[in-house]
Design a protein around this ligand. Structure first.
Ligand SMILES: Cc1cc2nc3c(=O)[nH]c(=O)nc-3n(C[C@H](O)[C@H](O)[C@H](O)COP(=O)(O)OP(=O)(O)OC[C@H]3O[C@@H](n4cnc5c(N)ncnc54)[C@H](O)[C@@H]3O)c2cc1C
Length: 394
């Protein structure tokens, strides 16, 4: 448990310093062990909430500190430097689940669901992907049907859902059908997962991010309540999903940047201590060149990430005009950051030689974990198609 509160923090730099101390104490000593056991300790969500991590981009009236999007990205970057799995599961709860609620939820929904996730008392998840539709969100088959009593019955299957087995709440993207059978379009519904007609698969075995559970959720005519469970507009689910992608892509860039920083740190430390041919390996020009490449990747990804974060923060605070290029910028950022981060982990493993292939060294975990960044939140191919269509329109 941390010994400071957000009340005592007046500026974000001070907060970030304190958050680094938290990560050093509460995350660093355990990250490899969590990865090995394929799970995070239950209490980590509460600890992150207590340290103010969930509240950075949350409005004060909902219990957040509203330190802003730039501070939020920097905190995500920090957490990712220590543990990608913790970043992912936390982001699925307060980001993937929390952000749509913040933007499109009613006051009642925010009071009940958003606040309890923000305090770490409950865990959220977002279920969009299905066995037959990932990139093609419009092909979703899960249905949310009104019965004659005005209750919604959910039927279908979701897969690859982060926090599937540990979440209390879920936002599901489903096709809404009225009592007469008319299709009202893709709609977000909000529900509690503790329901006899909702099943969850065993967490899947993964290449990386092993402590962040991922799996299936099944809905067998699950009664999720009445129309008050609808999030945002009826038939607006697709648009709402696309609207929150910008934030998700920025946060994934924060993840990439954290991994890149960890690669450089680990590599510098290793290159100083490992000797070959009678000298530390960094004194061989080829290894020095690899370190220079890592630093260059770090600086270029940091510049782009912070520039997009500052624009997004300016727009959200009304100090900058609305930027219509934001979807293309976020897609370019995510594409660039994730490919550069993958290269950074490759370089870091190379600098470590055989040690880099061993799980005992952190770079092996970084190498496995980063692969998701080019897939989640829309694959690199989807990012490039967004960028290309913007370029051709412009
Ligand atoms: C660890 C992990 C956690 C996840 N967490 C969540 C979560 O919490 N919630 C959730 O809803 N989903 C989650 N996902 C799912 C993730 O969003 C999808 O895997 C991703 O969007 C890609 O969809 P897909 O796997 O079905 O691939 P597909 O869509 O089947 O794509 C397969 C290949 O075809 C390419 N492709 C597909 N369509 C096109 C196109 N139009 N143009 C060019 N190339 C194309 C893709 O780029 C890819 O290379 C998670 C996935 C993983 C691995």
């Amino acid at each position: 448990m941390s010994n400071f509160t957000l009340d005592s923090m007046d500026i974000s730099t001070e907060y970030l310093e304190a958050f680094r101390n938290f990560c050093e104490k509460e995350i660093k000593p355990y990250a490899a062990e969590w990865d090995e056991c394929n799970e995070l300790p239950g209490g980590i969500f509460k600890k992150l909430a207590d340290v103010g991590y969930f509240g950075i981009v949350a409005p004060e009236e909902l219990g957040g500190s509203d330190l802003g999007i730039v501070a939020g990205v920097k905190a995500m970057e920090l957490l990712s430097e220590y543990c990608g799995s913790t970043f992912f599961s936390a982001s699925a709860s307060f980001g993937l689940f929390g952000e749509p609620l913040k933007h499109f939820g009613t006051q009642e929904q925010k009071e009940k669901y958003y606040k309890s996730v923000l305090t770490g008392g409950k865990i959220g998840c977002l279920a969009i992907t299905e066995p037959q539709s990932g990139s093609d969100v419009s092909a979703i088959q899960t249905t949310a049907k009104f019965n004659e009593n005005g209750e919604i019955l959910l039927k279908g299957q979701k897969t690859y859902i982060t926090n599937s087995s540990i979440a209390d709440y879920c936002i599901v993207l489903a096709r809404l059908i009225d009592a007469e059978g008319k299709d009202l379009g893709l709609t977000h519904v909000l529900l509690e997962l503790d329901n006899p007609n909702i099943g969850r698969g065993t967490p899947m075995k993964k290449l990386g991010l092993r402590a962040s559970v991922t799996g299936e959720i099944y809905f067998d005519d699950a009664n999720i309540g009445d129309k008050s469970q609808i999030l945002g507009g009826i038939g607006k689910g697709f648009r709402q999903t696309m609207a929150t992608f910008n934030e998700e892509r920025l946060s994934l860039a924060g993840f990439c940047l954290g991994v890149i920083r960890a690669c450089l740190k680990e590599s510098v430390q290793f290159a100083r201590t490992r000797k070959s041919f009678g000298k530390p390996i960094y004194q061989h020009q080829s290894v020095g060149n690899l370190l220079a490449e890592l630093y260059t990747i770090q600086e270029s990804v940091a510049s782009l990430t912070y520039s997009v974060a500052e624009s997004m923060e300016g727009q959200s605070r009304g100090t900058l005009p609305k930027d219509k290029t934001m979807p293309a910028r976020c897609a370019a950022l995510k594409y660039f950051a994730s490919t550069q981060a993958r290269e950074a982990t490759n370089i870091a493993v190379q600098i470590h030689g055989g040690a880099g292939f061993m799980e005992e060294y952190k770079v092996a975990r970084l190498y496995r974990d980063i692969r998701l960044a080019e897939i989640g939140g829309g694959t690199s191919e989807i990012q490039k198609s967004i960028i290309a269509s913007y370029v051709m329109k412009g």
